[in-house]
Design a protein around this ligand. Structure first.
Ligand SMILES: O=C(O)c1ccccc1NCC(=O)[C@H](O)[C@H](O)COP(=O)(O)O
Length: 215
């Protein structure tokens, strides 16, 4: 099960994330209206973490510029990007492309089919006017009918208490490849609580120490 920690920006916090959590992915948000917006590359520390850039209805030119500038390994499209847009982007880059699906109540699976040849993952997040970072969960039951082989990430309001529920869903839907953690693990926007992340990771990956008994 992969872990993505999204909305990182602060130098020492990123270094602590790498040292203490070593997630599979670190998300950098390039949507100017987000409170977690990353304005420039200079303030970020050097890190070996794989970076995914989060974009909302951004132009291909701007996305590719950020890919080079920030050394992104993946591109997360978090707006209303069409299949045609994603196809063109896939022809211009060898980086992973993740398409976000914003979930209200139901998902029309057939509408997603067109993205499949051009993306590496779907990411399911809660629909919100701000596009992301809502801290709200959607009803994960809709994912139980996920019809594709392609892996996906689960996002939207995940918190410390979710680990068992995530594992239960993964047992039913093995395409669930990982989780995306954000606002429920923050002291303030873009400043993550490393201890909370640590305890969630232990629970999710089954490394939690079991209490010992005396007999
Ligand atoms: O987090 C933001 O501020 C944000 C704003 C606009 C578009 C995307 C944004 N975040 C992208 C993510 O992938 C978040 O991790 C995802 O929305 C879940 O956030 P949360 O509900 O806070 O766990």
């Amino acid at each position: 099960m992969q872990i993505k920690v999204c909305g990182m920006r602060e130098r020492e916090n990123i270094l602590a994330l790498e040292r203490e959590i070593a997630p599979d992915w670190m998300g950098l948000i390039f949507y100017p209206k987000s409170a977690r917006f990353v304005p420039n590359a200079e303030s970020l520390p050097k890190t070996n973490l794989q970076k995914v850039g989060v974009f909302v209805n951004e132009s291909e030119e701007e996305i590719l510029k950020r890919v080079d500038e920030y050394g992104l390994s993946a591109i997360q499209l978090h707006g209303k990007e069409s299949v045609e847009f994603v196809e063109a982007l896939a022809q211009s880059t060898d980086k992973e492309i993740w398409k976000v699906i914003s979930v209200k109540d139901t998902i029309e699976w057939d509408l997603l089919r067109g993205y499949l040849p051009f993306i590496d993952k779907f990411l399911f997040d809660t629909a919100t006017i701000a596009h992301g970072g809502s801290g709200k969960k959607f009803d994960w039951q809709v994912l139980e009918s996920y019809p594709f082989e392609k892996g996906f990430l689960l996002s939207g309001g995940l918190d410390e208490s979710c680990a068992d529920e995530v594992l239960a869903l993964a047992a039913k839907v093995p395409q669930l490849a990982g989780v995306d953690l954000n606002s429920k693990f923050e002291f303030e926007p873009a400043l993550k609580n490393i201890e909370k992340l640590k305890s969630f990771k232990k629970r999710l990956l089954g490394q939690e120490e079991k209490p010992t008994t005396d007999n």
